[in-house]
Design a protein around this ligand. Structure first.
Ligand code: SF4
Length: 251
């Protein structure tokens, strides 16, 4: 028999699909969350709130924490050369920041998720892609999974904006009280794949997280030092500070 396994990142789309399935009274085998340790501190309280809601409905919540492994891979993992002249030779330690073609942290999350879903007989992976990002469901990786995959928000025609509004109707992400006040999407605060504008906002609104990124930046292996488009976090910090001073002069 098929049974739904809901992937829940903590963000609005995955929460909207969870609430939707609950409201539709669809059977849910379990809800799955993988924590890489890079969430906004606010997110942990939010996930605990969702965990309490699930417990009240006797829905199983499975949480994996791989923060230690991620930290190790980022800074200490021995990386050997694959091609000549470095083939098999130790190159450096630490995978460094992820990037558009080096999403090693996503891979770690997905491997764990796949392993879990494969272990459930008839498990169907429910992924919270919104109706206005339906192209993501065309991913070759998702199509070749050995289990069924479905997209409840796409089935419902629910867009990203609808998903946020829907979650708010149910008491989550209150206006003035969550990172959605500042960002359209919320994922790992230190993700280099977010826009420059989002990073500019992060620096102002979340100075503690920004300070952590500046610290990590200095620990990166030099080969993987650039954080985004050839710039380090420290480069970006100097650039944003310069922009601020220019704005001050313009007033
Ligand atoms: S959101 Fe960014 S940093 Fe977080 S797991 Fe995905 S690629 Fe990695």
């Amino acid at each position: 028999m098929k049974t739904n396994i809901v992937t829940f990142s903590g963000g609005k789309d995955s929460l909207a699909q969870l609430i939707l399935l609950i409201e539709r009274k669809e059977p849910i085998h379990s809800v799955l969350n993988v924590d890489v340790g890079w969430e906004f501190p606010w997110m942990y309280d939010h996930i605990n709130k969702v965990a309490a809601m699930l417990e009240s409905k006797s829905i199983k919540f499975v949480r994996f924490n791989i923060a230690d492994k991620i930290r190790y891979l980022m800074f200490d993992h021995a990386v050997f050369g694959r091609d000549e002249p470095y083939k098999g030779k130790l190159r450096y330690f630490g995978k460094g920041w992820p990037g558009p073609s080096r999403r090693w942290c996503t891979r770690e999350k997905n491997e764990l998720k796949d392993k879990y879903i494969k272990s459930i007989d008839g498990g169907v992976s429910c992924i919270g892609f919104a109706a206005d990002e339906a192209h993501r469901a065309e991913s070759k990786n998702l199509k070749k999974q050995p289990y069924d995959v479905r997209y409840p928000l796409i089935e419902e025609g629910m867009t990203e904006a609808n998903a946020l509004a829907y979650c708010r109707e149910h008491g989550y992400y209150p206006e003035g009280g969550s990172p959605y006040d500042h960002f359209k999407r919320v994922s790992c605060y230190c993700c280099p794949l977010q826009s420059i504008e989002a990073l500019r906002i992060l620096r102002i609104e979340y100075p503690d997280e920004w300070a952590t990124m500046l610290k990590w930046d200095k620990l990166m292996p030099s080969i993987n030092k650039p954080f985004k488009a050839g710039e380090t976090v420290n480069d970006l910090d100097a650039r944003f500070e310069y922009e601020k001073s220019m704005m001050a002069h313009a007033v």
